[in-house]
Design a protein around this ligand. Structure first.
Ligand SMILES: O=C(O)CCC(=O)C(=O)O
Ligand SMILES: [Fe+2]
Length: 256
């Protein structure tokens, strides 16, 4: 269910694409000492909160936040390039770990990998996500077709993965919890009501629970239910994006 490796390679990506593993954990994708320095630099610039999940901090804007509202969509696309540059700037003199991931996917995947386009516009990639102490990141799934309905970009996906590069992790708590069981979009939306997610206790024991270390990269099937356990200690910082898979002979795409 979980493959732990030292390298992001075609083997791991293929197992994930085939659904033979739930998650791929790449240890030390970023050197731990660099991860720590990057976390300080990125958080030092300040952050805001999701418009539709206000307990979760973020730098950049997730397409998920647009909720089909034309004004938010315009804002998202207008700011996409600036948000990519802003993360790059905060990381200096290090490379942005998201840029490193983008290159690695392009280099390793036979058909390459590139930034997702939607409505003829380049999307944003590389959301910095902050989970503060005592905050529980509720169980949810991420399905592009729910956020961008009736678009070829979303409907052509065979699989959607969440990719997270962890830069600051609490010693205890903050585990990523994954459930093998998928939940129909209608049922999930009915259960969550106005909230972005549901109480993980409603799902029973997670199938896999991971405690990534600072510097690790984890890719998992985002259409399945997932949650993040709360921690009493420090803020948890990860850089995140989605990776879209449309078959072995098609390029991977990424967006946030
Ligand atoms: O922070 C994590 O470990 C996972 C967050 C999440 O929900 C996602 O990347 O889709
Ligand atoms: Fe998620």
């Amino acid at each position: 269910m979980l493959l732990i490796t030292e390298q992001l390679d075609l083997h791991g990506l293929t197992l994930l694409a085939q659904g033979r593993i739930l998650a791929l954990q790449v240890r030390r994708f970023i050197q731990p000492t660099h991860a720590q320095a990057l976390a300080g630099q990125i958080l030092g610039g300040g952050y805001q909160h999701y418009l539709n999940a206000p307990s979760i901090g973020r730098i950049g804007m997730a397409f998920y936040e647009t909720e089909g509202q034309p004004q938010r969509m315009t804002e998202y696309f207008q700011q996409a390039g600036d948000h990519i540059s802003e993360l790059r700037r905060r990381c200096l003199p290090f490379a942005s770990p998201i840029d490193v991931l983008r290159c690695a996917l392009d280099e390793r995947w036979p058909a390459g990998a590139h930034l997702q386009t939607l409505f003829g516009c380049k999307m944003f990639v590389g959301l910095s996500r902050v989970v503060e102490p005592s905050v529980q990141f509720l169980a949810h799934h991420d399905i592009f077709a729910k956020d961008a309905p009736e678009t070829l970009a979303a409907l052509s996906l065979h699989q959607q993965f969440a990719a997270n590069i962890y830069l600051a992790m609490p010693e205890q708590g903050g585990e990523l919890q994954l459930w093998q069981q998928e939940m129909a979009a209608e049922l999930f939306d009915q259960m969550r009501g106005e909230s972005y997610g549901i109480d993980p206790a409603l799902l029973g024991e997670p199938t896999v629970e991971l405690q990534p270390a600072a510097g690790d990269l984890v890719l998992f099937n985002s259409r399945k239910m997932h949650a993040v356990a709360s921690s009493q200690q420090r803020s948890r910082l990860s850089l995140s994006c989605f990776v879209g898979y449309r078959g072995y002979h098609q390029p991977l795409t990424f967006w946030s």
